[in-house]
Write a protein that binds this ligand. Structure first.
Ligand code: GDP
Length: 453
């Protein structure tokens, strides 16, 4: 396999920048672009050793650097790896990378380091996928859930289910293939119990998926309400709540900026909030969010009402938008005299929170209500969590096959036919962990990574 190189740290100026080189020739490539102060060559160093010196290219000094040596198989990728730590300037890291590429390495593809780790048996697919979630985690709960999967919680759970099915499958196959030997026939009871158990475990995993996604990916949230009810003030309160976590990411859609705020453990993904801060146009103000609600993209609606004003016709439209949705009525301006008819609100909404955005009161209550509504409050991040659609699809197809097998037992179908269902279930589970994933599945997964990971 070729020796690959990439910048593994973020594409922004920072204290340290790391160029990672992995492959058979990693040490000799690194020796061409690194001179240690002590004169020692990296090829002479044992694993887990560091050398201080200079990154150089064709006798020209590029930067001061520290080279870390990892020897196969004890490295992230399972191959020889050198990490050159230089100053984190964009130009510096690019020059060091260029030097590595001119000295025998080829550019790493997206996710190639982690893909090699998978191919070399350093981690299974669920662990590799969790790396992506750890990198993008915006809340502690999200990070914990992902770390747990990296630690093997999901792999262990899926392997256990798969192994229990493999055992009964092997026993049935042996009994069919060697009828003369004294192989114990699998009783219907044992077969049913094993399948029922697999079914329940898979159902539990699947039932946790939506809540897990809310924790891992955040929840698409729409804030709606008439002009002047306090939407912007609420937004400011939310963003001010944990300013360091507020990010503005240019979305893929033209001009749409997505902002995320962390409300306790829940990451709320908000639409173009900058837009509704600047405009006075009512239609435009709730326009973005109205589209998001109608298209079903918004999973959570915060409908803001002014406690100091009576309801009017315009509120009817807001009621309609909230029908049948995960909506919370946020009654704002509770510091003023109340004129709002809360009885009507009580009839329309199951969840109501009273706040004063101006006085920054009621946020804890809002946080609690959101968590209860989304079921994230008691989500146990120490349990195995499915991290993405791919894993969900594998689990669902395994469940279908297990249920088919159970149906076949009841219908009195031959063991041979039942075993076909069980084999399909095993295949789905082994695809999930990567034990039997096809090359195209593996390529697809790692292509979603960034270069350098
Ligand atoms: P938006 O049009 O819904 O975004 O409303 P704004 O956030 O711009 O607020 C409209 C006005 O209501 C502003 O003058 C705010 O200062 C005021 N306001 C917002 N929240 C409160 C509150 O909790 N109490 C009081 N008394 N005034 C508030």
């Amino acid at each position: 396999m070729s020796t690959i190189a990439a910048i593994s740290t973020g594409q922004a100026a920072g204290g340290i920048g790391i160029v990672r080189i992995s492959g058979e020739n990693a040490l000799s490539v690194a020796d061409r672009i690194f001179r240690s102060v002590s004169g020692v060559k990296l090829t002479e160093l044992k694993g887990y050793r560091a050398a201080f010196g200079k990154a150089v290219f064709q006798e020209k000094e590029l930067d001061e650097a520290v080279a870390l040596v990892f020897r196969a198989p004890k490295s992230y990728t399972g191959e020889d790896v050198v990490e050159i730590n230089c100053h984190g300037g964009l130009l510096v890291t690019k020059q060091v990378l260029r030097a590595a590429l001119e000295s025998g390495a080829v550019p790493a593809e997206a996710g190639e380091f982690t893909k090699r780790a998978f191919l070399n048996g350093k981690m299974d697919l669920t662990a590799a996928e969790s790396v992506m979630n750890i990198i993008s985690a915006k809340s502690d709960q999200a990070k914990q859930a992902a770390l747990n999967v990296l630690d093997g919680s999901l792999y262990k759970k899926i392997s256990e289910i798969s192994l229990s099915l493999k055992r009964i499958s092997a026993q049935m196959a042996a009994w069919v293939d060697y009828p003369d030997d004294e192989i114990e026939d699998l009783s219907d009871e044992k077969l049913t119990n094993t399948l029922e158990n697999a079914k329940n475990e898979l159902k539990t995993l699947i039932s946790r998926f939506d809540r897990g996604q809310v924790i891992l990916e955040g929840v698409e949230t729409a804030i709606i309400g008439k002009p002047n009810v306090g939407k912007s003030t609420l937004m400011n309160m939310l963003t001010g709540y944990e300013k360091s976590i507020v990010t503005s990411v240019a979305g893929t859609t033209r001009d749409i900026v997505e902002e995320t705020v962390t409300l306790g453990n829940t990451v709320l993904r908000l639409a173009d909030t900058a837009g509704f801060r600047e405009t006075d146009d009512t239609v435009e103000k709730i326009g973005v969010d109205r589209t998001r609600i109608k298209s079903g993209r918004a999973t959570l609606i915060l409908a803001v009402f002014d406690a100091s004003a009576a309801l009017d016709g315009e509120d009817e439209e807001i009621f309609k938008l909230c029908e049948g949705k995960n909506a919370i009525a946020v009654i704002n301006k509770t510091d003023l005299d109340q004129k709002l008819d809360t009885e009507i609100i009580n009839r329309v909404f199951n969840n109501i929170v009273y706040i004063s955005a101006k006085e920054e009161r009621g946020l804890a209550e809002l946080e609690k209500t959101v968590e209860e509504l989304l079921g994230t409050a008691d989500f146990d991040t120490t349990q195995a969590t499915l991290m993405n659609e791919r894993q969900l699809v594998c689990c669902k197809s395994a469940l279908d096959s297990v249920e088919e097998a159970l149906g076949s037992i009841e219908a009195g179908v031959t063991r041979d036919a039942i075993n076909v269902n069980i084999d399909v279930a095993i295949e789905s589970l082994d695809t999930l962990t990567g034990e039997r994933a096809t090359e195209s599945v593996v390529n697809e997964i790692f292509s979603q990574f960034c270069v350098g990971k």
